[in-house]
Design a protein around this ligand. Structure first.
Ligand code: ATP
Length: 308
C-alpha cells in the first residue's frame, strides 16, 4: 500500500544556524498510529511543523496523501489536521462557532452535519453552545481535536496530546484517539509519556538530535530490545554471589536477599534449567520467584543515552 506520508531527505537548519533535523526519511502507513519519541529539543515539533507547512524545510521533500507539501500546499494541508501543544482558541467563542470557523479556514463549504458528528464523537455535543472559557481543561483539549477534524482530514497530528493532564483524562483521550484511528484517520503523535506510546502506537520512531535513529513496529521493538528479569527471593541472605554461579549474569541486592538474572527477550530462555541446577548444587534455596519485562520506557532511555 502507498504510504500516506512520504518524507525524503528532510533537513532543517534554523536561521540561528541550529540544525534541528538531519536527513530524515520516513514513510507513514495509511491507518496507523505512529508515535514519534525523543527528548526535549530533538526535533519532533520541527518535523510536524514542516509537514503542516508552518516551517520551511532546508532540503528534502514531503508528499502527504499524494500532494507535495510545498508545490501543492493547499491540497496537502487540506488533508492534514493539527492539534498543537498549546491550547490556542478564542476563549469567548462558543464551541460550535470556533469549530465551524476552523473548517472555513480551509476554504471548505459549511457542513453542519459534519461538525455535529465531530462534536458528538468527541462528547462535546451538549457543550456546543458553551463559551470555551467555561470548559474544563479536558473539554478544551477535545475542542482542539474537534477544530483539527473540522475540515475532514485524513491525517491527524497530535503534538503531546496528553501533556499535563490527569490519568483519567489521559485514558479518555487514548480512547478518543483510538476511535479516530478506527474511523480511518492516520494518527501521528508525539509524546513524552512512553506509557502512551506503549499503549497506543502501532509503530514508533525515535528522534535524537535531529536524526531519526530508529523506526520499528512497537511489538518487534519491545521483543528485540526488551530485557526480562528473573528475580529469586532467597531463603537465606548471601554475602556475595558464589563462585559456582559466576558464569550467570546475576546481580545480588544490597541486603543479599534477592538474586536477579537479566536476559534478552529475543532468545528462548534455555538458561533456566541449568541455572536452577547450579543454584541447587551450590545449596542456595529460594522462597519465591518472579519475572518482569522491561517497558518501552527503559528501552527508550537506553536508546537515547547510547553514544554517540
Ligand atoms: P519538545 O519536546 O521540547 O517540544 P522537540 O523535539 O519538539 O522538543 P523542536 O521544538 O523541534 O524539538 O526543536 C528542535 C531544536 O530546534 C531545539 O534545539 C530548538 O531550540 C530549535 N528550534 C526550534 N525552533 C526554532 C527556531 N524558530 N529558531 C531557532 N531554533 C529553533
Amino acid at each position: 500500500m502507498q504510504p500516506i506520508i512520504s518524507i525524503r531527505g528532510l533537513s532543517k537548519t534554523y536561521a540561528s544556524g541550529h540544525s534541528a533535523l538531519k536527513d530524515v526519511t520516513l514513510d507513514i502507513r495509511r491507518g496507523e498510529i505512529f508515535a514519534l519519541l525523543g527528548p526535549n529539543g530533538a526535533g519532533k515539533t520541527t518535523l510536524i511543523s514542516i509537514i503542516c507547512g508552518l516551517v520551511n524545510p532546508s532540503t528534502g521533500t514531503v508528499i502527504a496523501d499524494g500532494h507535495d507539501i510545498i508545490k501543492e500546499f493547499r491540497a496537502a494541508r487540506a488533508r492534514i489536521g493539527l492539534v498543537p501543544q498549546e491550547l490556542s482558541t478564542d476563549a469567548f467563542e462558543t464551541v460550535w462557532d470556533t469549530v465551524s470557523f476552523s473548517r472555513g479556514l480551509f476554504g471548505k463549504a459549511p457542513n453542519p452535519a459534519h461538525i455535529e458528528k465531530v462534536l458528538k464523537d468527541l462528547s462535546l455535543w451538549d457543550k456546543k453552545g458553551s463559551k470555551i472559557i467555561t470548559l474544563s481543561g479536558g473539554m478544551k483539549r477535545r475542542v482542539m481535536i474537534a477544530k483539527a477534524l473540522s475540515h475532514e482530514p485524513q491525517i491527524l497530528f497530535l503534538d503531546e496530546p496528553t501533556a499535563g493532564v490527569d490519568v483519567e483524562l489521559r485514558r479518555d483521550m487514548w480512547r478518543v484517539i483510538r476511535e479516530l484511528r478506527d474511523s480511518g484517520v492516520t494518527i501521528i503523535l508525539t509524546t513524552h509519556y512512553l506509557e502512551e506510546a506503549e499503549e497506543m502506537a502501532d509503530r514508533v520512531g525515535v528522534i535524537r538530535k535531529g536524526e531519526l535513529i530508529l523506526v520499528e513496529d512497537k511489538l518487534d521493538l519491545m521483543h528485540k530490545l526488551g530485557r526480562k528479569e528473573l528475580t529469586l527471593h532467597l531463603a537465606t541472605p548471601l554475602a556475595a554471589i558464589p563462585a559456582a554461579l559466576s558464569a550467570h549474569p546475576l546481580t545480588l541486592s544490597e541486603d543479599g536477599t534477592t538474586l536477579t538474572y537479566t536476559y534478552d527477550t529475543a532468545g528462548s530462555p534455555t538458561f533456566i534449567a541449568p541455572f536452577l541446577q547450579d543454584m541447587a548444587a551450590a545449596g542456595i534455596a529460594f522462597n519465591d520467584l518472579q519475572t518482569q519485562q522491561s517497558s518501552l520506557e527503559e528501552i527508550f532511555v537506553r536508546l537515547v543515552r547510547a553514544t554517540p
